[in-house]
Design a protein around this ligand. Structure first.
Ligand code: CUA
Length: 173
């Protein structure tokens, strides 16, 4: 069978496009350090959150030279800490968030970053990040959680590493 050479070029071009599309998907999924939040954070009884390790004293604590852990409790309609007072962490440090809910499903998205998780009662969402630059980031609840959903928000303050720990709401461990 004779295939016209223009048709062959179109075949080649569409093949190239398909390879290109697959390449962008692979890059987006694996090449930019994006990872899914899984069940690795562990589970706990939603009614016992305030007695659980870390969550009995929610807040930021230093867990290593350059490592901080942040325990956040979500409930209708606030993040604790985050809403009433900002979550303060140093710039350029490894920060691991542990976020859980005591009532219904909430969301925890840090505006302007790719940090985004559902917060499911009974489950701890655990994710690591590093804020390169000092600044203020908003936190929003992005799962409809009741009449006050639209008011459920918070703040993360990323302060220069050398100013961290000077005036603070950090929890001593
Ligand atoms: Cu919490 Cu919407």
């Amino acid at each position: 069978m004779e295939i016209h050479r223009f048709e062959k070029r179109w075949f080649a071009l569409s093949l190239l496009l398909i390879i290109g599309f697959i390449a962008t998907i692979v890059y987006g999924a694996a090449g930019v350090g994006v990872s899914m939040i899984d069940d690795g954070g562990g589970q706990l009884d939603p009614s016992e959150v305030r007695n659980a390790d870390g969550f009995s004293n929610p807040g930021v604590r230093q867990v290593g030279d350059d490592a901080y852990a942040v325990y956040v409790i979500s409930y209708q309609f606030a993040f604790e800490p985050g809403s009433a007072e900002p979550i303060r962490v140093p710039a350029d440090a490894n920060v691991t968030f542990h976020v859980t809910s005591t009532d219904v499903v909430h969301g925890f998205a840090v505006v302007g970053t790719n940090l985004n998780t559902m917060v499911i009662p009974g489950q701890v969402a655990e994710f690591k990040t590093r804020f390169d630059e000092p600044g203020t980031y908003g936190i929003v609840c992005h799962e409809y959680c009741g009449a006050g959903h639209h008011t459920m928000a918070g703040t993360i303050e990323v302060v220069p590493a050398d100013e961290y720990g000077t005036n603070s709401t950090e929890v001593e461990n």
